[in-house]
Design a protein around this ligand. Sequence first.
Ligand code: SAM
Length: 172
Amino acid sequence: MLRLGHRPHRDQRITTHVMLAARAFGARGALYTGVRDTSMERSVRGVVENWGGPFELRYVESWRRAIGDWRRWGGKVIHLTMYGLPVQGVIDEIRADPSPKLIVVGGAKVPGELYGEADWNVAVTNQPHSEVSALAVFLHILFKGRELELEFEDAKLRVIPQERGKRVERLA
Ligand SMILES: C[S@@+](CC[C@H](N)C(=O)[O-])C[C@H]1O[C@@H](n2cnc3c(N)ncnc32)[C@H](O)[C@@H]1O
């Protein structure tokens, strides 16, 4: 997944939530552009350290270069935008394509050229909401709900689900 245009302080919470949603719903890693934010990186890596992976996080200066590199490597690009084609109409075509997928979500501003660069511009409803909800719902549809059963590797902590209350098991 690629998150565009991170602004430290203003976006710290929402970018962290985009990353955590990406990890929890089955993405293998994340890139972000904008301004490098080591404090946001630390909080995401802290979650991976405690709750498992794999999930890599990396800052990149240029979204164009990140997309270019992804393509050269044989991957395709899905841009989530309220202006795109409804997810329910394109998901079969996306699933049928075997190449690795880079899912791009915007921030406060989205560069216009991205609409032309993406292999698919996909809307999760044509209503405005958020990068966190768009990404989570998209991954949930893409993986047909199987991501709900994901086991994370090398976790130190694991929740023991309870009808009431909180129980966490320490594994290492
Ligand atoms: C809060 S929106 C702001 C978008 C920005 N105003 C623009 O120029 O389009 C941030 C991101 O959330 C995602 N998003 C919001 N609503 C969406 C929707 N209905 N479908 C897909 N993605 C959506 C998009 O990735 C978008 O770039």
